[in-house]
Design a protein around this ligand. Structure first.
Ligand code: FAD
Length: 291
């Protein structure tokens, strides 16, 4: 594991750092100005506006309300209600999907209830839309997979998406199970620092795994997308697989999205919004330094 990556990751997920920065005179405002390119805003209207602007440029989107690690059933219900309202608003933006981390829906406290909640949101989506489930740290991989498969089993596979992390040793097996369930699969490198018995190091080993997984995904009819800002990986895969959909994060290399769209390659941008933007921004900052 690269020490730099581990340190930056710890800083980026540190609530103490967030508290210190926000307590500084003008600390919050300065941080918010720097974070703004990566975040649609604080409320639903901001997110829908960002999705509409993208759709005017023929770019699809996935809207995510910040949040994770919910351990209170009342909060999990409130988040579900927020997502049901968001699902209603999706008709305002062409090809906008939703995105969520299942720990935000109370996965840690009630996995079965979490499957019920994700299924309820999936059913509320307009036809043709999906809710993409994020990949969290390794300790939640089994629970996240089980929850997605449970919801897909209720006839909702074509309304769901899963995210798989190329750095994890387990991912080729997870991909097979998700392909079988018919859910959309988003392939990422993996944002979490994990030990060697669970994951490949970042850099070349993860990049090679990413290439192999992309070919595994392309070998069946399952819908999938390549979510990466790595231009070399992306262009190598587009050259070998054809115009596979590419996904990026809001604010990261936006010029690439315009170039891809002009080349007729389907694109989708992840749009996060909400109050809890600080640590998300720190992670993007760390990744922009190559961590
Ligand atoms: C749509 C989407 C959804 C994702 N969902 C998940 C998820 O659910 N779970 C998960 O673990 N991870 C997720 N990720 C994050 C992913 O795992 C990586 O941590 C992140 O995308 C960086 O990896 P990369 O593929 O862009 O490659 P990298 O090798 O990190 O980056 C490639 C190039 O892009 C540049 N770059 C990267 N970030 C920035 C930036 N902020 N500003 C400027 N340049 C930058 C780098 O400097 C480098 O030159 C998601 C990523 C995307 C795009």
């Amino acid at each position: 594991m690269s020490v730099d990556r581990a340190i930056l990751f710890r800083l980026a997920t540190s609530t103490s750092l967030e508290r210190v920065v926000k307590a500084l005179p003008r600390g919050r405002d300065t941080a918010w100005r720097a974070a703004a390119p990566y975040v649609a805003g604080i409320n639903t209207d901001d997110a829908i506006r960002a999705a509409r602007e993208l759709s005017d440029r023929k770019v699809a989107s996935s809207i995510d309300q910040f949040g994770e690690l919910v351990d209170d059933p009342a909060v999990a219900q409130r988040v579900t209600d927020d997502y049901l309202r968001l699902a209603d608003r999706l008709t305002d933006a062409d090809d906008a999907w939703l995105a969520i981390d299942l720990s935000h829906l109370g996965l840690d406290i009630d996995p079965r209830g979490c499957a019920d909640r994700i299924a309820e949101i999936a059913r509320a989506l307009p036809d043709g839309r999906r809710i993409q489930v994020g990949a969290e740290d390794y300790s939640r991989s089994d629970a996240v997979l089980a929850c997605v498969l449970d919801a897909a089993d209720r006839g909702l596979g074509d309304r769901l998406g899963a995210t798989v992390q190329a750095n994890l040793h387990r991912t080729p097996g997870d991909v097979e199970r998700l392909q079988h369930a018919g859910v959309h699969i988003r392939l990422v490198k993996g944002a979490y620092v994990e030990p060697p018995d669970r994951a490949l190091p970042f850099g070349e080993p993860t990049d090679i795994a990413y290439l192999r997984l992309a070919h595994q995904l392309a070998a069946t009819n399952t819908p999938f997308a390549l979510a990466t800002h790595d231009g070399v990986l992306r262009e190598a895969l587009l050259a070998s697989l054809g115009p596979v959909p590419i996904e990026q994060l809001l604010g990261v290399r936006p010029e690439v999205i315009d170039d891809l769209t002009a080349r007729g390659i389907p694109t989708r941008v992840y749009i996060p919004f909400g109050d809890d933007w600080f640590r998300y921004w720190m992670r993007r900052l760390a990744e922009s330094r190559g961590a």
